[in-house]
Design a protein around this ligand. Structure first.
Ligand code: UDP
Length: 490
């Protein structure tokens, strides 16, 4: 549809990680379609990369604010994105991002001074502090959570309560979650697991979470019917507007990060998929910054070799302990002869180094399941295409994404947790076969994934006849609330 400018500007400000920047860009493109002018804020290196990702039809204005990682204790130089950050430094990186505050304030000040006062600031879940900046100028402020309500709610409840510190039992209940909040110690990210009441991480996370309550509302990249328990948690906890506007997914083929792929263009992947029967390919990827251990990689490869009637596309990163930019070393990382036997002779698999065109792959009818770390974008991208999940959560709220998708929605089977989990290749092969094959369970999962696909499609319907899905209504409500605030103040 032809978009008409409405004269209002919305500022978008994601945390410096692909899993945050990608959904923010998707949100920006969508909001722009409604006639808003978008100012997209980030640090210079991220903005540079983004220049290639803005479609020519878009007028999104990219704005840099300076960040120097060397100014921060323990951060290596020139780090502006978690994709080049050793995982143990994530919290330091989150903490250091508060130093963006003065520059962000200057940016808002300049917009106001230049006669373009934003209607709203939409900021990252880790940038609760930005509410203060927006409100100083009387500007509406919303958090955009690129994670789902259930996963994020469990994660926050953990940081707020540290329930595992109050019991010796391996299983315990998360406060505020009733039976859906029954969790196991192995579902704790190492950072949460080691947390103490007063250590800097807990203080940081608690402080940030309560800052969400200073905001005027929270947009979730989620769907009301898919995520009722989690959205309800935030409505109760924050006593505030919660708008599930998802799935906010980047249009296919958007090159947010292609420079690291090793010659497998989207076209090459699609061509390969075209040669495979429907539902015969397992797609394997652990998101934008996770990797598995060397022994897990071996076991996974052995499992893939065992499941003879399954093909695969596997996004491979250097296993734990290797430099994250290391060259692919099949002889070291995979079982002896794996490449010549399985990849070359049997032509059963495509090994893609570092980065694959995930959305194009998931959209292809040859793909039958997704072995995923259950990052929320991956979950939504997969379910939007009706592709069931094989869960291997690695960090943060991914454990709870896997849990809710398995226990409440029925579209996931979990096979492992984290990097210390001992994988038995037979067991893994059996589960892959169950999901991909003709088992009752597999059929049931595919049926449910198809239902969820339709549920998602309904949520984003905006028919000429007047019907609006829940996500469209939520977006309307967010915009209405922002306009109302502007009217009241000015
Ligand atoms: N992605 C991709 N190719 C890859 C790995 C990831 O296109 O090889 C994209 C994926 O489609 C998703 C995002 O990167 O949009 C990853 O987000 P997610 O929330 O799943 O995981 P995170 O990276 O935050 O752990």
């Amino acid at each position: 549809a032809e978009k008409k400018e409405n004269g209002h500007t919305i500022v978008m400000f994601p945390f410096m990680a692909q899993g945050h920047i990608i959904p923010f860009l998707a949100l920006a493109l969508q909001v722009e379609q409604r006639g808003f002018s978008i100012v997209f804020v980030n640090t210079p290196l991220n903005i540079q990369k983004l220049r290639k990702s803005i479609p020519p039809s878009s007028a999104i204005r990219l704005r840099e604010i300076p960040f120097n990682s060397s100014d921060h204790h323990r951060l290596p130089p020139n780090v502006e994105n978690t994709d080049v950050l050793p995982p143990h430094l994530i919290f330091t990186f989150i903490e250091s991002s508060i130093s963006l505050k003065p520059a962000f304030r200057d940016l808002i000040f300049d917009l106001v001074r230049d006669g373009d006062p934003p209607l709203a600031v939409v900021a990252d879940m880790f940038f609760g502090w930005s509410a203060e900046v927006a409100h100083e100028f009387g500007i509406f402020h919303a958090i955009f959570s690129s994670a789902g309500g259930f996963g994020m709610g469990c994660y926050f409840s953990l940081w707020l309560n540290l329930p595992h510190r109050k019991t010796n039992s391996p299983e315990f209940l998360l406060p505020d979650f009733q039976e859906a909040g029954q969790i196991h110690r192995t579902q704790l990210a190492p950072s949460v697991s080691a947390a103490e009441d007063n250590d800097s991480r807990s203080v940081l996370m608690r402080k940030n979470f309560w800052k969400w309550a200073d905001s005027d509302g929270v947009l979730f990249n989620s769907v009301e019917k898919l995520d009722e328990i989690g959205l309800d948690y935030f409505r109760r906890k924050l006593c505030q507007n919660v708008w599930p506007v998802g799935p906010i997914i980047l249009p296919r083929g958007n090159p947010v990060r292609v420079e690291k792929s090793n010659g497998f263009s989207p076209e090459k992947c699609i061509e390969w998929l075209d040669s495979k029967p429907p539902n015969s390919v397992l797609f394997i990827s652990f998101g934008s910054n996770n990797t598995i251990s060397a022994s897990q990689m071996m076991q996974l490869a052995k499992a893939l070799e065992q499941v003879m009637n399954t093909n695969f596309i596997w996004v491979v990163r250097p296993p734990l302990g290797f430099d994250i930019t290391a060259e692919f070393k099949a002889e070291e990382w995979l079982p002896e002869g794996f490449m010549p036997r399985v990849v070359e002779t049997q032509n059963r698999g495509l090994i893609v180094v570092q980065w694959a065109p995930q959305q194009d792959i998931l959209s292809h009818k040859a793909v039958g399941a997704f072995l995923t770390h259950c990052g929320w974008n991956s979950v939504l991208e997969s379910l939007s295409r009706g592709v069931p999940l094989i869960g291997w959560p690695m960090a943060a709220e991914q454990f709870f994404n896997a849990k809710v998708m398995e226990e409440e929605i029925g579209v996931c089977v979990e096979v492992a947790r984290g990097v210390d989990f001992e994988i038995a290749c037979d067991d893994l092969a059996e589960k892959i076969e169950m999901v991909m094959g003709e088992s009752e369970k597999g059929k049931e999962m595919r049926r449910k994934a198809d239902e969820v696909k339709k549920m998602i499609r309904d949520a984003i319907r905006d028919d000429e006849g007047g019907f609006k899905g829940s996500s469209v209504v939520a977006m309307d409500e967010f915009i209405h609330a922002a306009l109302l605030k502007k009217e009241k103040i000015h």
